[in-house]
Write a protein that binds this ligand. Structure first.
Ligand code: MF3
Ligand code: CO
Length: 259
């Protein structure tokens, strides 16, 4: 069931989204070659606590995972697609570092992901990163009250497909705002339910696009999702709302800072 949000609820979700993007703005300059991903997560946990929020991913459990997610942020490097667990691993020159985080601010949930190029990445990786971000904005441009949701999926898919990239099918965007994962599912290829988009809908659009195959596997830690061919993957995500027949991007654009 899709929960439509009223104006007051959207105000709360917007605040949560602005806080999340403000956190990213301070964090991005710290995501550099030599830094351990666990250090990034500690910083994130501290920042969110100080700002009066709660990290939504920390302790989050999905039925098919045996262990609750152990960190505030997902940090997925190169062939890691999503749900990379922060560790002692250090960021290296040329890595593509995908960050994904959500904040609970007074019960209102935000969700945003970006892929950061550490130092100089190869041209194919840079091009993939730019194209993935473009997929996100193509998807957002396809949001229209009264139209069908899978219009988003078609826009994302076509932008990735003509470039020969693999589109991850196993994971998708989602309704968000009062919980991290709400209806509807927002896939990156036309598949499944195709409800009408309506005023009051809030959802996360999050293309996960690969240099090679779109097939993925989950590691033994129960969380880390990697590409089946170990080629690089990129991930960009915004939380958006439909208000007064307009789409509003609730999280803030961060691309000026990362590539
Ligand atoms: N942005 C991701 C999602 O929407 C992150 C979830 S990570 C989890 O699914 F740990 F919270 F599961
Ligand atoms: Co999400």
């Amino acid at each position: 069931m899709i929960r439509l949000k009223n104006e007051k609820q959207i105000d709360g979700i917007r605040k949560s989204c602005k806080l999340l993007s403000a956190m990213y703005r301070e964090l991005i300059p710290l995501v550099k070659v030599g830094v351990q991903t666990i250090e990034i997560d500690r910083w994130v946990q501290e920042w969110i606590k100080r700002a009066g929020g709660k990290p939504v991913f920390l302790g989050y459990g999905q039925p098919k995972n045996h262990t609750p997610y152990p960190a505030a942020m997902c940090i997925s490097i190169n062939d890691e697609v999503i749900h990379g667990i922060p560790s002692k691993r250090r960021i290296r020159e040329g890595d593509l570092v995908s960050l994904d985080c959500g904040i609970d601010l007074g019960g209102f949930i935000s969700d945003q992901a970006i892929s950061i190029e550490a130092g100089k990445v190869s041209k194919p990786v840079h091009d993939l990163n730019i194209a993935t971000r473009e997929c996100l904005y193509r998807g957002i441009a396809a949001v229209k009250a009264g139209d069908r949701l899978l219009q988003i999926a078609r826009a994302v898919e076509s932008h990735a497909k003509v470039r020969g990239y693999g589109i991850v099918h196993e994971f998708c965007g989602h309704g968000v705002g009062l919980a991290l994962h709400e209806d509807p599912q927002v896939p990156n290829y036309p598949h499944g339910p195709n409800p009408r988009m309506n005023n009051g809908m809030v959802f996360a659009i999050e293309p996960m696009i690969n240099l090679g195959t779109g097939d993925v596997e989950t590691l033994e830690d129960g969380w880390t999702v990697v590409t089946a061919d170990n080629q690089v993957s990129a991930h960009w995500e915004h939380t958006v709302a439909i208000i007064n027949d307009q789409v509003e991007i609730l999280t803030e654009p961060l691309e000026g800072m990362v590539s």
